[in-house]
Design a protein around this ligand. Sequence first.
Ligand SMILES: NC(=O)c1ccc[n+]([C@@H]2O[C@H](COP(=O)([O-])OP(=O)(O)OC[C@H]3O[C@@H](n4cnc5c(N)ncnc54)[C@H](OP(=O)(O)O)[C@@H]3O)[C@@H](O)[C@H]2O)c1
Length: 140
Amino acid sequence: MQIFITGSNRGLGLGFVRHYLRQGHDVWACYRSDPGGLAAIESPKLHRLRWDVGTDDGPAGALPENVDLLINNAGIYGPDKDGQSLGKVTAQAMMEVFNIDCIGPLRVVQRLLGRFSGGAVIANISSKMGSSADNSSGGT
Ligand SMILES: NC(=O)c1ccc[n+]([C@@H]2O[C@H](COP(=O)([O-])OP(=O)(O)OC[C@H]3O[C@@H](n4cnc5c(N)ncnc54)[C@H](OP(=O)(O)O)[C@@H]3O)[C@@H](O)[C@H]2O)c1
């Protein structure tokens, strides 16, 4: 499979990259600015691609012909929990979160349109922070 993962220089994204490389897949691993943990991986199946999903600039490099699995993993938490309390959160902070976490995946899907294989899967990594059903862990 050809697998495309955003925000994969560290954290869960880097874990996904390692996992799918171990399984023998081709992985397009995107990073915002610092390749981080991707720099240490030596594999002909790894394709590093710089892409800040918070801008309209698009990826800096060649895209795969076909994508079988896109994992929209890049995301930010925003200000710390206290900074996201009702009394302190700012419009600017919320706009940054929405820009990266909500509009970012839209940018990525739009840019990859025409490259998805039949039966391709798009996985959007969300969070309890984005849940409208979970009212037990509030405060933000
Ligand atoms: N870990 C958890 O417990 C948890 C819980 C709920 C949801 N999630 C979600 O799971 C995903 C991964 O979480 P994580 O814990 O691995 O987070 P993380 O360690 O903070 O990593 C976030 C990744 O997203 C990248 N990123 C942030 N803004 C970006 C942008 N504008 N363009 C491109 N890449 C960007 C970061 O790149 P930089 O290094 O350049 O910042 C980093 O690679 C996120 O979407 C997060 O919301 C995680």
